[in-house]
Ligand binder design. Structure first.
Ligand code: FPP
Length: 243
């Protein structure tokens, strides 16, 4: 039987700090190693046949971390935006950033915009990086985006449906994640793709993000393949056609 591959995988990359502490290193070394792993996993995901990969790089809550750590994370993201172009062009990867950019430094925003523009016509892997992202914040921003159209009558209140809300989210045009992976033991989704993950299969592993690799990704894909997705409906085994 053909292996079932998730089209869209979302990853909560947890455990960089713990990984570093266990090695007597500063937390920022964990993030640095974590950033290298992201780049490798992007290639591995492509090899496996995953079409969309979305990673949680910085949440709306991560501003509460020590200033040094926030700035180390921002610098890693800066470095990525500035240096990723040639690899993305070679591998046909399209990069998009989701999250609220208004609180990011202007130079980071312009390098994000540049990388998005440079890779916009790539037709291979779709790579989304969530920066200053929170699912609740995304919904608030979506409602604010829609309000003027409701007020001026171009959208009728009764016409607000899932499609309208999806169109106002940062992920407009992207399919919902099929599989969400969280590393390093915690079993929660922490405000990541809250609306989009309504029917997403969840996979938790004890492996810390800096130790995550293709083998671990394949295990998650394997687990996904053995799940039965019903979207609230019934399956043939239950005597009804499934959705
Ligand atoms: C969670 O580990 C990880 C983060 C908050 C940051 C994740 C960011 C990266 C891996 C860099 C992303 C880079 C690119 C290029 C997309 P934690 O610090 O909460 O770990 P802990 O729970 O063990 O303390």
């Amino acid at each position: 039987m053909k292996k079932k591959i998730p089209q869209h995988v979302a990853i909560i990359m947890d455990g960089n700090g713990r990984w570093a502490r266990q090695r007597g290193l500063p937390r920022t070394s964990g993030h640095k190693k974590g950033a290298e792993v992201v780049e490798q996993i992007l290639e591995d995901a492509d090899d496996i046949g995953i079409r969309y990969l979305t990673v949680y790089a910085f949440s709306t809550e991560n501003w509460l971390r020590p200033v040094m750590e926030v700035s180390a994370l921002m610098n890693l993201l800066r470095l990525y935006m500035k240096s990723a172009k040639s690899k993305c062009m070679k591998n046909n990867v399209r990069v998009r950033v989701i999250g609220d950019r208004t609180k990011l430094d202007a130079d980071l925003v312009s390098s994000i915009e540049q990388l998005e523009k440079d890779t916009a016509s790539n037709t291979g892997m779709h790579f989304q990086i969530a920066i200053n992202y929170g699912g609740r914040d995304e919904l608030i921003r979506a409602f604010r985006k829609l309000m003027p159209a409701v007020r001026d009558g171009s959208i009728n209140e009764e016409n607000i449906d899932e499609a309208v809300i999806c169109s106002a989210l940062d992920t407009a045009g992207l399919p919902d994640p099929d599989l969400m992976i969280r590393t390093c033991g915690e079993q929660r989704t922490s405000n990541f793709l809250m609306w989009q993950s309504a029917y997403t299969e969840l996979y938790f592993t004890d492996i810390a993000w800096p130790d995550f690799n293709k083998e671990e990704l394949l295990k998650a894909v394997e687990a996904y393949g053995s799940r039965e997705r019903r979207y609230g409906g019934l399956t043939e085994e239950n005597g009804e056609a499934s959705e």
